[in-house]
Design a protein around this ligand. Structure first.
Ligand code: C2E
Ligand code: CA
Ligand code: CA
Length: 782
């Protein structure tokens, strides 16, 4: 059910209260009126009764007196004595009329009827019996009797001469005139009634004819004397009394309620009118009051609904009572607090706590908006070079300061239409809307310079450099994800080139995605049996005997097919998987070497180490343990480390080389000539072998630059007491030159491509059989 409105309730309650009060007043007045009227009527009836008694008394006395006078009258006694019926009748008639009687009878001495007055009613025997009985007992009888349907007050007394000679009965009628007379004295309606076998009979009354009939049915002798009586439409309080002692004829007195209530009726209608007015007034007041209370409340409710819907623009309207004003004030403060808190939360959701810059999410949305707006958008992704190092060596608090300063500088170098955001960690994004790619690159260079200025942070002066990757809309992508990813790839390229700014190169994304996939898949490659080893022989240049074999790893990807080590080794280094890979190669290669050894072939085993392996402090122990386990002599193990790997951190590399050397293995500098090592550095390294990179060997021609490099390298190596090997020997001319330069060992497709373990064994056996000694040109496979 819908809750009723407050105002409606107030109005309903007010009306209910007022109406109840009016009703109560009305009820009280009505009851009080009723009581007052009832008691007044009772009183009037009792007064009326007393009046009647006196009235009846004097009437009876009068009748008795008249009757006595008549009985004493000489003429009358003479008529009685005559015994002549006509004389008697006329005497009774004359005398009776004189004393105002309506009835006159004469009875003989024994009470037998003798004569009635002329024109007057004759008695019934039962009436005479009653009268004579009483007269005999009391001397005189006084009774009310019915004669010929009329009601009479009758007195009977003896006629004495001086002996009793008869009885005289004289009566007066109870008629309407008597009733009227009584009413004029008391104001009460009166009726003379008898009750008997045929019910109530009204003999005379003040009432009009039709009401008499109704009274006859309404009034019964039983029950309380004083009672209410409805006669026709009129309402009376009635009382009744016997007309004379001991008979059924009664006087019924009626006092009209309607008459008595008449003055109160006007009072009651006035009260009703007043009640109605008061209720109307109450409605008016209630409506006004309800509005007065409910309007500010509903205004506040509306304000609360607005707040709920997130509209904080309007202050809640105040007005009305003090409490309402206070409530409106509190609501207003609450609204302001919520708005502030929401703004703060919104800001936090879109901004980075450390630098105050927009965060990745916000940057993403802004980038999307800029793309949607059309036109060119340049996206720069930047990170701080060697930030991890700064964090690790100078502490995180310092790192945070660096990030704040970087943010400040980037922001300071840009205008308001351009966005700087922090993507996370030390990675920032700059969005340059409306800038063509070339111009954006120039801006990026400027930013790079701005960052390069040394930072003065809490008494430490540090140089910070950044790398920037740039991708442009629409050339490089038309959605934020693509643009950000490609800018990130460009950033990676910039880092690979040791800082600065790089623009995304089309196609890099695809190779980047391939790299990501390879990096992920590589982790399953060992367990999945996808990695295998090939071995390529390294031959003694002079004797053409196989001295060593170099283990080269192969990866057959289940979907992409063969993947070259040049592609996946750098990925293994980046993902940290290289340690596992190197251990796998070492273990497998040693296992194969042990197998050949068991077959009577003593070959030196060369394994490539990557730059990252030099950081693996546990590697020397692993190698020693595996050599022992497979029974491979340490002296027959050669570890090839590229020149560039050694140059990355020369001191650390030296320490590692010494530890490996201590295991008893041989060490070779791989890809020599590509890593810019100095003679001084070379001198400090405990190596046994220099391996000239195939890039110098493959196109080796007499008199070429390569020839000069190769020749001087061989001489340098020999001067330092090192054995020199050339890889990538593909033709006889190169071989001839190398021999001429007194190179110690040769390796290349001219002799053999890398082979599987079993093929290598075959190859070695065939070769030993075919070439006992000497001419290498005949011994090649080519
Ligand atoms: P690298 O150490 O310089 O190995 C020699 C590479 O030259 C091998 O390529 C070999 O197949 C190739 N080669 C040999 N003779 C000739 C020739 O006459 N002409 C030409 N054009 N190439 C020749 P591969 O096997 O593809 O290996 C490439 C590089 O991958 C290796 O260069 C090495 O740096 C790395 N690598 C291979 N296996 C491993 C490994 O197990 N561990 C590590 N860390 N690196 C490895
Ligand atoms: Ca090598
Ligand atoms: Ca090489």
């Amino acid at each position: 059910m819908k809750p009723r409105r407050f105002q409606t309730r107030v109005i309903a309650m007010m009306i209910a209260v007022v109406a109840a009060a009016q009703l109560a007043t009305f009820a009280v007045v009505t009851v009080a009126t009723q009581r007052a009227v009832s008691s007044r009527l009772e009183q009037e009836l009792s007064v009326g009764h007393r009046v009647w008694e006196q009235f009846q008394q004097s009437r009876s006395e009068q009748l008795l007196a008249s009757a006595s006078v008549l009985a004493d009258d000489f003429g009358f006694r003479a008529a009685v004595a005559s015994g002549d019926a006509p004389t008697l009748r006329s005497a009774l008639g004359n005398h009776g009329t004189r004393i105002g009687a309506d009835l006159a009878w004469l009875l003989d001495r024994d009470g037998r009827w003798q004569a009635s007055a002329d024109g007057m009613a004759a008695p019934a025997t039962d009436v005479l019996a009653g009268l004579t009985r009483q007269a005999a007992q009391e001397g005189v009888a006084l009774q009310t009797v019915v004669v010929e349907n009329a009601l009479y007050l009758v007195v009977m007394l003896p006629v004495l001469a001086p002996e009793r000679v008869g009885w005289l009965a004289v009566g007066r009628r109870y008629d309407d005139a008597l009733a009227q007379q009584y009413r004029s004295l008391t104001g009460l309606e009166a009726a003379f009634v008898t009750t008997g076998g045929t019910g109530t009979r009204v003999h005379a009354a003040t009432l009009p004819a039709e009401q008499r009939a109704m009274l006859a049915t309404a009034w019964t002798p039983g029950g309380a004397q004083v009672r209410e009586l409805a006669v026709g439409g009129d309402h009376y309080l009635s009382d009744s009394h016997p007309l004379t002692r001991g008979d059924d004829a009664r006087l019924v007195l009626l006092d009209s309620y309607d008459r008595a209530l008449a003055p109160y009726r006007t009072l009651r209608s006035r009260i009703l009118l007043l009640s109605g007015l008061a209720t109307l007034l109450a409605v008016g007041v209630a409506v006004a009051l309800g509005r007065g209370i409910s309007r500010p409340v509903s205004r506040l409710a509306q304000a609360a609904q607005r707040i709920q819907a997130g509209d904080y623009s309007q202050a809640p309207a105040s007005g009305g009572s003090r409490e309402i004003v206070e409530l409106a004030g509190a609501l207003g403060r609450m609204q302001a607090d919520i708005a502030a808190r929401e703004a703060r939360i919104l800001h936090q959701a879109h901004h980075d706590g450390l630098t105050g810059l927009p965060n990745r999410r916000h940057a993403y949305d802004r980038l999307q908006a800029a793309i949607d707006a059309g036109g060119e958008v340049a996206v720069l992704v930047m990170d701080v070079n060697r930030f991890k190092e700064i964090n690790d060596t100078l502490g995180h608090a310092f790192g945070d300061q660096v990030l704040r300063e970087v943010a400040r500088r980037l922001r300071g170098a840009l205008d308001d239409t351009q966005l700087v955001a922090r993507l996370g960690g030390d990675e920032f994004m700059v969005m340059l809307p409306g800038l063509p790619c070339e111009a954006a690159r120039t801006r990026a260079q400027a930013l790079w310079h701005a960052l390069k200025q040394p930072l003065d942070l809490s008494s430490t002066r540090v140089g910070v450099e950044g790398s920037f990757g740039l991708a442009c809309h629409p050339q490089h992508g038309d959605d934020p994800d693509t643009l950000l990813r490609r800018a990130d790839i460009a950033l990676y390229d910039a880092k690979a080139a040791h800082g600065g700014v790089a623009v995304y190169q089309p196609g890099r994304d695809e190779s980047h995605l391939r790299q990501l996939q390879l990096m992920t898949d590589l982790r399953q490659a060992i367990a999945g049996g996808q990695l295998a080893l090939k071995f390529q022989p390294k031959l003694d240049a002079a004797s053409a005997h196989v001295q060593h074999v170099e283990a080269l790893v192969r990866w057959h990807h289940p979907v992409l097919g063969p993947v070259a080590p040049d592609e996946f080794i750098p990925l293994a280094e980046r993902s940290g998987f290289i340690h596992e890979l190197t251990r796998f190669v070492l273990d497998q290669a040693m296992a194969c070497n042990a197998a050949w050894r068991a077959g009577g072939l003593d070959l030196g085993l060369a394994v490539n180490l990557s730059a990252m392996d030099l950081l693996d402090a546990d590697l020397p122990d692993y190698i020693e343990q595996k050599l022992a386990a497979h029974g491979v002599p340490a002296a027959r193990m050669i570890l090839e480390v590229t020149e560039s790997a050694l140059m990355q951190d020369i001191e650390y590399a030296l320490r590692m080389l010494h530890r490996l050397k201590a295991c008893g293995v041989r060490l070779a500098i791989d890809d020599f000539g590509t890593g810019y090592s100095s003679l001084a550095q070379l001198k400090r390294m405990p190596v046994d072998e220099l391996k000239i990179d195939k890039s110098f060997v493959m196109q080796l021609e007499e008199g070429s630059d390569d020839a000069v490099i190769v020749r001087s390298t061989i001489e340098l190596g020999h001067n330092m007491g090192l054995s020199v090997i050339a890889e990538g020997v593909e033709n006889d001319r190169a071989l001839a030159l190398l021999r001429h330069y007194r190179c110690d060992m040769v390796q290349g497709y001219l002799f053999s491509a890398p082979l599987g373990s079993a093929d290598l064994l075959d190859w070695c056996r065939r070769r030993e059989a075919a070439v006992p000694a000497g001419d290498l040109t005949l011994e090649t496979d080519a």
